[in-house]
Design a protein around this ligand. Sequence first.
Ligand code: HEM
Length: 477
Amino acid sequence: MRGSPSQHERRTDPDDQGDGGTPAADTNDGPRNPGDGGFPSGPDGIPVLGNTFQFTDDPHAFYDELAGYGDVVGYSVARQRMATVLHPDLVEQVLVTDSDRYGKWDLSDFGQQFASDGLLFTEGAQWREQRTQAQPAFQLDRIRSYGDAMAGYARELVEDLDDGEVFAANGRFSELTLRILVDSLFDLDVDGSEAGETITHGAQALNERAGPRGVSTFVPTWVPTPSNRRYNRAMAEFEDTVDDLIAERRAAEDGDHDDLLAMLMQAGDDGEGMSDKELRDTMLTFLFAGHETTSLALTYTTYLLAEHPDVADRLHREVDAAVDGDRPGTFDVFGLEYLDRVCTESMRLYPPAYVVFREAREDVELGGYELPADTKLTLPQFRIHRDERWYDDPGEFRPDRWTDEFEDSLPEYAYFPFGGGPRHCIGMRFAMLELKLVLATLVRDCRFEHVGDEPPEPRMAATYQPEEDVRLRVTKR
Ligand code: HEM
């Protein structure tokens, strides 16, 4: 149906799973190593440091090793007791069924402080209140109103790319998604104002710190290294700018804006709204959670299209048939089934948020094991999405695997790029619309060729960023 969320959006949206399909029992094998009431076994580490070195040295190899132990694996990193969960049914138990027995990781355990009063990290009643206030800003009819800006900025990028030009997809898409986000959040043009520039600068500093070449996550922000000083300065300027914007709008009782900040401020008009710090931390959270994730989805999808010309050809045909003129609109892209499958398959292979983190708030039972309170859990999409128990030829890019029949036979949490349960991604519909509008705008005019022989090597930074630039050559159609 035109304008309705796609099948996989329904799968990942607990608010809307009316007809999402039930997992078929025949493919839903149980966990491989049901427990006997103790802590799960896993690789031995060095006393005191546990498995810290194995983990930081080569996390992908470490996860390969973990998978050899079964579907619930215990170990320790940086003195923290850890468990990794590799079975969809147990992921569902943590994120959905028993969600109130688990919380987010406490970053201060690692000496980090980031937007502690923003939606991503708050807990309990404070989180519930904030989520209720922010939810209307992300409903489909609101999200659609950002479609013009998304398609408009994408069109500018297409016009900016010269025929034959080689460009770093990750860099260009990062600029694009930031531009779209700053416009949607603050009604600001990145180049057009000092505030826009400061916010951009803050988002970039955050990204740099969280990216593959950033400082280790284990170096607290208060250690006065040069990069920490730069980061702290950029964050302080960002915070001042957002505080000023909020103060100006409150003083002017300015109802002219149609952005997410205005929506959040209106949600508090009855006097029960967010404090200025909560507002500021929530805006920072949106910038952090919504910028690089969407940029990576675009980067890996265009890379995959470049490597699979047959898929790109089919997508061109679908988009050409649906779109009049040079700029696809919001309603054009909702009905495009092949585009939907391409995006779904791309985020299966390269989930931009590659692990969901949880911490047991009390002693819990999981898969027959006993996990003591404070155990930190990782639920790795990047592994579960490539498990051959659920996917044939899991390493292959095959958008056509996503038939309704296949989706119905798949365990619900064998695919969860946007998380699940009450804390699933609030920006999912925003991100999916952006992804589809930008891709449709790009493929309308461009073909891509990958420059280089090696596939991207994603690194486990704050998001699944490629170690090296993903370089593409553009040919104008
Ligand atoms: C392809 C793009 C995106 C991906 C893959 C993604 C992925 C995720 C995932 C996996 C979670 C769950 C984290 C957890 O349970 O611990 C999450 C939460 C969140 N995301 Fe996204 N996200 C994307 C885009 C966005 C956008 C565009 C925004 C905002 C504009 C956003 C805002 C948030 C927020 C605020 C949360 C926390 C929600 C809560 O805890 O209630 N995300 N995202």
